[in-house]
Design a protein around this ligand. Structure first.
Ligand code: TRP
Length: 331
């Protein structure tokens, strides 16, 4: 809680290439929280360096990520938008929480195991303590609710455990956060292998549609989408490709599945795929236009970062002074 409002915090990795799956499943809904909650959205550049980054690209993607989230509807006046490394309290609390997190707990994190298998030549300590920095992000702001994907559930549970442990040793200090892991949101599948989730790191360029793809690229990708040999636009088990396209078409047009089935009755998949591609491109055209406008205005983005960091610092300081006092640091 901060004041009379409950608090939402989420962190986003600085990567510019978000997919329509990220958009429909998560980002589009972020802006809704700001009506009811005090909201913090943080570009987590400190988490990003747990794997090797090209400095100029990390910097560019930090701007791009901020611009893209804003273009997707996060209003800087209604949300605190900031960059993690601009608020040193994240690192400070991260270290402190390291001392209240067990080696065994961190060893059990599946993301650590996956990432160390993938980066065998760079299994650094930051990769190992990634979840405590994430816990610090969350606990610094007395967060009630953390919207994250299912892949972050284990990290969130660890953050809760750390908060409860600290509270138990020193009396109430941190709000114990709840995850907000939407289960009924739209799950968008790969266009090339529609039984798998659309993933931004898919090597097959035709499998994934990015928010910032051009209209031509989107239409080309949808034309190549895998369907089936039935040539019938119908939502049914086993028709994964068609079901996925119908879900996307529904998301961008608001039409129900019955309406979509009627619209394409007697027509081939060619017409249907073209319609989905156009609906997607048209639906995202305002986001792309707003993104182009924002990314061209670096000074404005920097002012958003600066204001966001100041606002975040104000809340972070309150928590830090409590923490320092409780653990016995001299004031
Ligand atoms: N680990 C998250 C991810 O990869 C990003 C993240 C960092 C985060 N800090 C956070 C998410 C705090 C929620 C809350 O998606």
């Amino acid at each position: 809680m901060n004041g009379d409002k409950k608090t939402v915090f989420s962190g986003v990795q600085p990567s510019g290439n978000l997919t329509i799956g990220n958009y429909l499943g998560a980002i589009k809904n972020f802006s809704r929280f700001s009506e009811e909650y005090k909201t913090f959205y943080c570009v987590v550049d400190m988490h990003a360096i747990t794997v090797r980054q090209v400095p100029a690209e990390l910097r560019r993607r930090t701007y791009e990520t901020l611009a893209l989230y804003m273009a997707c509807g996060l209003d800087e006046k209604k949300n605190t938008l900031f960059v993690q490394s601009h608020v040193p309290a994240h690192a400070e609390l991260g270290w402190i929480l390291d001392c209240y997190t067990m080696f065994g707990e961190l060893s059990r994190m599946t993301q650590f195991k996956d990432k160390s298998a993938k980066n065998a030549q760079n299994i650094n300590a930051g990769l190992f303590t990634y979840p405590t920095l994430m816990a610090a992000d969350i606990l610094l702001y007395q967060t009630d609710l953390v919207p994250v994907g299912i892949d972050q559930k284990q990290h969130l549970e660890l953050a809760r455990d750390i908060a409860m442990r600290f509270n138990q040793i020193y009396s109430d200090t941190f709000t114990v956060p709840e995850g907000y892991i939407p289960t009924d949101t739209m799950k968008i599948m790969s266009l090339a292998a529609p039984t798998q989730k659309m993933s931004k790191s898919d090597e097959n360029a035709n499998a994934v549609v990015y928010i910032l793809d051009s209209k031509d690229d989107m239409i080309r990708k949808f034309k190549k989408a895998v369907t089936d040999s039935e040539a019938e636009v119908r939502y049914a088990p086993g028709k994964d490709g068609v079901n996925n396209l119908m879900t996307i078409y529904h998301a961008f047009t608001g039409k129900t599945f019955e309406e979509i089935e009627r619209e394409f009755a007697g027509k081939g998949y060619g017409d249907f795929k073209l319609a989905v591609g156009e609906a997607c491109a048209d639906g995202l055209a305002p986001v792309r236009a707003e993104y182009e406008r924002l990314i061209a205005d670096k000074a404005f983005l920097e002012s958003v970062m600066k204001n966001g960091a100041e606002e975040a610092t104000y809340y972070a300081r309150k928590t830090m002074s409590k923490v320092r006092r409780k653990i016995g640091f001299v004031n």
